[in-house]
Design a protein around this ligand. Structure first.
Ligand SMILES: *Cc1c(COP(=O)(O)O)cnc(C)c1O
Length: 343
């Protein structure tokens, strides 16, 4: 059993308030548009992110897929980062199921793509080429150490995309982490976007679900796509009820997770053979350069002591802070690591 589970913020348990709200939720058939709790969540999410409408989906993966399929026709292209979740961890669903091609641009270490690289990836109107339809950003950026994109950068990408007739999609699985870390209203990070997906089920601690937001006409198309993908749920208000608690009670506390991540990285920097990467939000990556351990064997040694982390690559480990992790858990983790590494 993992006593301290830092593998991901997807392991969060629903709060007591969520379980209570789920038990009490008024529900109806959401495919008929008749689940009052789903409708409330969708409206709340849309208003918080400054959009006209929202759509509850089963997962972040489904949210990105629904969004790209609602924006694109077969043969269209989506410009995305080479380190993006959508390119690496979603089985290229938009290509498999939507006939949509990824056009990949390098991610910089801060999670951005250079504006010049994005512009160069927009295909001219020519019979040889696919049609560029969407630019997809990721905020915060998972593989780039949880780095956040700023309002200024996001606006610049939106302007560039729109000047060329493209849409901007944001994979905002952790966009509330990005907002809290910068002390800005999340609307500042979404105002230029034509669609945004965010996860209820990560740091916001709901058990299931993500929400897509955008214009009313976009969400109408997205609703059709969700149905053909098998994502039309019926009495989904039991899920949405937890999502409403997530949005009303769990956003501001993300600052605690960020503080815990900074403390973890600070402690890691003092340990022999461990090199933490810069920390921006709730994700801590560190290199293992120790005579006795690889990332894999250190992960296994930690697991034996009840601490979960994820080895990603030969010498890189990821630890993620979340609602289930206390300040004491961080100190315990550092003490356990000290014991292993200083033997
Ligand atoms: C977790 C994640 C997703 C997908 O979410 P699931 O709910 O696991 O499908 C999408 N994008 C990013 C950046 C993520 O971290």
């Amino acid at each position: 059993m993992l006593r301290i589970d830092l593998r991901s913020d997807t392991v969060t348990q629903p709060t007591p308030e969520m379980r209570e709200a789920m038990a009490r939720a008024r529900v109806g058939d959401d495919v008929f548009g008749e689940d009052p709790t789903v409708n409330e969540l969708e409206a709340l999410a849309a208003s918080m992110l400054g959009k006209e409408a929202g759509l509850l989906v089963t997962s972040g993966t489904q949210g990105n897929l629904v969004s790209l399929m609602a924006h694109c026709n077969r043969g269209d292209e989506v410009i995305m980062g080479h380190d993006s979740h959508t390119y690496n961890y979603e089985q290229l669903g938009a290509a498999v199921l939507g006939g949509i091609g990824p056009r990949v641009v390098p991610n910089q270490p801060d999670g951005t793509m250079r504006l010049a690289d994005i512009e160069a990836a927009i295909m001219p109107d020519n019979v040889h080429f696919g049609i560029s339809r969407v630019v997809s950003l990721e905020n915060t950026h998972n593989r780039c150490g949880g780095a956040y994109l700023t309002p200024e950068y996001t606006d610049a990408v939106a302007d560039l995309a729109h000047a060329h007739g493209l849409k901007l999609h944001i994979d905002g699985a952790r966009i509330f982490n990005a907002a809290v870390a910068q002390g800005v209203d999340v609307k500042a990070l979404t105002r230029g976007a034509d669609s945004v997906t965010f996860c209820l089920s990560k740091g916001l601690s709901a058990p299931v679900g993500s929400v897509v937001v955008g214009s009313a006409s976009f969400i109408k198309r997205a609703r059709r796509v969700r149905k053909v993908l098998g994502g039309g749920m019926r009495q989904a208000g039991v899920i949405a009820a937890a999502g409403i608690v997530a949005l009303t009670q769990m956003v501001d506390r993300l600052a605690e997770d960020h503080a815990h991540a900074r403390r973890l990285a600070q402690g890691l920097a003092a340990l022999p053979g461990i090199e933490p990467e810069p920390v921006h939000t709730n994700i801590v990556y560190f290199r293992v350069r120790h005579p006795f351990y690889t990332a894999q064997t250190l992960q296994e040694a930690l697991q034996k002591q009840g601490v979960g982390v994820l080895a990603l690559g030969a010498d890189r480990i990821r630890a993620v802070t979340h609602y289930g992790i206390t300040a004491a858990d961080i100190e315990d983790t550092l003490a356990i690591l000290q014991g292993l590494l200083c033997k």
